[in-house]
Design a protein around this ligand. Structure first.
Ligand code: G3H
Ligand code: ZN
Length: 278
């Protein structure tokens, strides 16, 4: 059963977990993430971005996630990642997602607050937590590229969170999306943010961040870390290598199972690594 996001965050806080949040794209990725978390016995999020929903539908994702969860008993919440609009937020809540992000970080400050507040009101009515973002994370997020970093301004954090009424805050502190750029975590900034932020923090761009840096960041009220690109690269590489070996390769079933297994192992390794010194 998909667990409620508030319950998951509370559980993580009281048991000192960092919750890994892995992005899914399809059936195999969904199975792999659930199996990897179950093998590690680490709670976490399975998430899908608004952009990725072009390939699917919130109800399909809820169905696949519930199916995959039938075989395991580790707590997992289903999260909308980088929600693009109130309409997407509503569609996912209505479909049974148990945690939501609205990413209005590209908007002007006051417009960001306004849209987050509207989504928070909707989510809270259904007892679902809402993540928002302040600042801009560099790199390529899905197909959307951001050239400039606009690090989260700690002077705005308290005002933003209290007026927008979000439950988690995604920050830009030198973390980057994708595998093309090197992340450089600004831990002093993260510390400053954590001192004024009334809610737990989220780190996007988890691919490529050494686990030591994440364990150091954990002290600063970090509860969730998003990881997508490393999983996708692993999945794709199985098909790429098979094709390179034999351009007539067409056993999609065996390759899909192999790719699923490879991703599950990576999920297990990541989830355990992030929670090593718990
Ligand atoms: O929201 C998703 C993430 O921030 C993933 O970033 O692809 O760099 O791991 P990543
Ligand atoms: Zn992200």
């Amino acid at each position: 059963k998909i667990v409620n996001g508030f319950d998951l965050i509370k559980y993580a806080k009281s048991n000192c977990y960092i919750l890994p949040a892995f992005n899914t794209t399809n059936l195999e990725m969904t199975n792999a993430i659930v199996q990897g978390l179950a093998r590690a016995n680490i709670p976490g999020f399975i998430q899908i971005s608004s952009n990725n929903l072009r390939l699917s539908h919130p109800k399909v994702i809820t169905y696949l996630t519930n199916k995959a969860l039938e075989k395991v008993d580790v707590p997992i919440a289903l999260h909308l990642d980088h929600g693009r609009s109130f309409e997407d937020v509503k569609a996912c809540v209505d479909a049974g997602f148990t945690s939501i992000m609205i990413d209005a970080s590209h908007l002007e400050y006051e417009d960001n607050i306004k849209l987050v507040r509207k989504c928070a009101d909707y989510c809270h009515f259904y007892n679902i937590p809402l993540e928002a973002e302040l600042g801009t994370i560099k790199g390529k997020e899905e197909d959307i590229a951001h050239g400039d970093t606009d690090k989260t301004n700690p002077a705005l954090v308290f005002d933003f969170v209290s007026r927008a009424n979000c439950d988690l805050l995604a920050v830009a502190v030198g973390n980057v999306h994708g595998l093309d750029l090197e992340p450089e975590l600004d831990l002093p900034l993260l510390e400053k943010i954590s001192q004024v932020c009334p809610v737990p923090l989220v780190l996007h761009g988890g691919s490529g961040i050494p686990k030591e840096a994440i364990l150091a960041a954990k002290k600063f009220n970090l509860v969730k870390i998003n990881i997508a690109s490393e999983l996708r690269r692993k999945f794709i590489s199985v098909f790429g290598e098979a094709y390179q070996e034999d351009t007539n390769a067409h056993d999609l079933i065996s390759l899909s199972i192999e790719a699923q297994e490879e991703v599950a192992s990576l999920v297990e390794e990541k989830a355990l690594g992030l929670n090593e010194k718990r």
